[in-house]
Design a protein around this ligand. Structure first.
Ligand code: SF4
Length: 208
């Protein structure tokens, strides 16, 4: 595994993506808190990984302005405004649905805010557990669609063909019969701006 991780870090370097490996989530949290200035604003995407890091409260309590669309008590309108504001924040925190050992990052999205944040924010930190590693891009896309999205559909109780048995039926998953979750796909192959995009790979499973 060590060799595969070192090869992945080198692949990211060649793609102008700053890759970091942390043996556990505590070390990754320390680095995030060190990297983001306490006055910076932060956008976040809906992510089980981010929830498991439990970092949003820590950032907010030390003074960061976190555009948290999931904060209790927000109206739908306020939540949408938070999502929108997060796209333009100083930092954007998210996780990928899958990463290939070649270094490509795969993100599926229903509404596209996450894709806008990742593609445009000044600083992006993508945090991923080791469970998201796939052998190649094809397997990474397969993981995102056939494993991750059905679990998300179940978690959020969306009316999709995969919600009952976890099997993707892409060709019939269309409106108005279904509320399709796989609407937009972002694959990052490389980055032009040095140091804009960081990936924190954590040596333990996080999210799904
Ligand atoms: S395309 Fe539809 S059925 Fe397939 S995983 Fe996405 S939401 Fe589920």
């Amino acid at each position: 595994m060590v060799e595969r991780i070192n090869a992945l870090l080198k692949n990211w370097q060649k793609r102008n993506i700053s890759g970091f490996y942390f043996p556990d989530k505590e070390k990754a949290i320390e680095k995030i808190l060190e990297l983001i200035p306490s006055g910076a604003s932060i956008g976040i995407s809906g992510s089980q990984t981010i929830a498991e890091l439990d970092i949003v409260d820590r950032l907010s309590s030390r003074g960061n302005c976190v555009f948290d669309q999931y904060k209790k008590g927000l109206t739908l309108q306020e939540s949408r405004q938070m999502r929108q504001a997060g796209i333009g924040a100083d930092f954007y925190l998210t996780s990928a649905n899958a990463i290939s050992e070649n270094g490509e990052l795969v993100f599926f999205s229903a509404f596209g805010q996450r894709i806008a944040g990742i593609a445009n924010a000044r600083n992006v930190i993508v945090i991923c557990g080791i469970n998201k590693l796939a052998a190649n891009l094809q397997d990474a896309v397969k993981r995102a669609r056939e494993y991750v999205t059905p679990l998300n559909c179940r978690r959020l109780e969306w009316n999709t063909p995969c919600v009952k048995d976890g099997i993707c039926r892409n060709s019939i998953c269309l409106f108005p019969e279904y509320k399709r979750m796989c609407c937009q796909v972002l694959i990052i192959e490389a980055e032009t701006a040095p140091d804009r995009l960081k990936v924190f790979l954590i040596g333990q499973p996080l999210g799904f």
